[in-house]
Design a binder for this molecule. Structure first.
Ligand code: FES
Ligand SMILES: [Fe+2]
Length: 345
């Protein structure tokens, strides 16, 4: 088990999109733990420690044979429980020949992996993103990675005033930061930030998608759920029609997205994303524009945060501004949960 003070261990983490895993072994480091994922003959996911019990070769360099994985070095074979079931050069399986098997769950397009030392308690279930499972919604996914501490990505998502600068050619305008004030509140271990921006020009991508260039009322509702989930409700409506509470006919953009910042190591991150929209609100062509622009946006964030990481010194005396409130509440919550976990491992 990796010793760290930056992420929680006894948690379910999203390890991959379901579409990323097939019967070819996939190496994936999750919260500092090197794992290998593959599907067995029934299509069920298997997750094992990516280190052979024999001479520590990565099992991910081997191959899936039936329901098992065969090490690519001397051919020892392990089943889904991690037990060695074959040693090609001898009949006897040495006692204790096994690798760690991880609890794994597949749901809503994501593969969740439990990194804790003990089995997950019943009340700890993989994160549920209800919007992704609703029939009336379409979902699009993306998987990226970045060379930065996962908390910097959560910082980024807790403060969307950056849209007017980092994403000024797509989903941002200068008025996003200038109008509106973030309200941040804690609900248990969750942190919710709400920003409403009234009577502002629509962002370039929104004009491109909707064809509407009149002023809009825009909303951003950001919810942080430990250990690394950020659920967003964002959109805009024609100015004066009620903003978030406007009649659906007056809503121009209305989206629910989930951003997932799974720590890979202390300074690298898997970035997963899913976006949903009601099927009757967008044509496939409009949706494709949003999807393509979003990939540009996510890339802009990754580049900015990777740059930030190259300079980042946790002991540096940073200045804070009022829009940092949600970010600071998120950081405080994570720090407390990590301390609690370490005090009661
Ligand atoms: S290291 Fe895996 S079989 Fe030898
Ligand atoms: Fe961004």
């Amino acid at each position: 088990m990796v010793e760290t003070t930056t992420f929680l261990k006894n948690r379910w983490y999203v390890a991959a999109l379901t579409t990323e895993v097939d019967d070819t072994p996939l190496a994936r480091t999750i919260a500092g733990q090197k794992t290998v994922l593959f599907r067995d003959t029934k299509g069920e996911i298997v997750a094992l420690e990516d280190r052979c019990a024999h001479r520590q070769a990565p099992l991910s360099l081997g191959e899936v044979v039936g329901d098992n994985i065969q090490c690519g070095y001397h051919g020892l074979t392990f089943d889904r429980s991690g037990s060695c079931v074959r040693v090609p050069s001898q009949k006897l399986i040495p006692p204790g020949a096994c690798v760690r098997a991880y609890p794994i769950a597949e749901k809503q397009g994501f593969i969740h992996l439990w990194t804790g030392d003990r089995e997950p308690p019943l009340e700890e279930t993989p994160f549920d993103f209800p919007f992704a499972a609703m029939d009336s919604l379409n979902a699009r996914y993306a998987a990226l990675s970045g060379k930065f501490d996962y908390r910097l990505l959560i910082d980024n998502l807790m403060d969307l005033t950056h849209l007017g600068f980092t994403h000024k050619n797509t989903i941002g305008t200068g008025e996003v930061a200038d109008s509106g004030k973030a309200k941040s509140e804690r609900q248990g271990d969750r942190v919710i930030v709400t920003r409403e921006m009234e009577n502002i020009a629509p962002a370039p991508t929104h004009v491109e998608v909707t064809g509407y260039s009149g002023n809009v009322d825009r909303w951003q509702i950001i919810e942080f759920i430990p250990p690394c989930f950020i659920s967003l409700q964002v959109g805009n409506a024609k100015h004066g029609t009620g903003g978030f509470n406007a009649d659906p006919a007056d809503k121009l953009i209305n989206r629910r997205t989930l951003h997932i910042a799974t720590p890979e190591t202390e300074d690298t991150t898997h970035y997963f994303w899913v976006s949903t929209y009601p099927s009757d609100s967008m044509t496939p062509e409009q949706e494709q524009i949003i999807y393509d622009r979003t990939l540009e946006v996510l890339d802009e964030d990754v580049r900015m945060i990777e740059g930030q990481q190259t300079r980042y010194d946790p002991d540096f005396a940073m200045i804070d501004i009022s829009e940092d409130a949600g970010q600071l509440a998120m950081r405080g919550t994570l720090e407390r949960l990590i301390k609690e976990e370490q005090a009661h491992p």
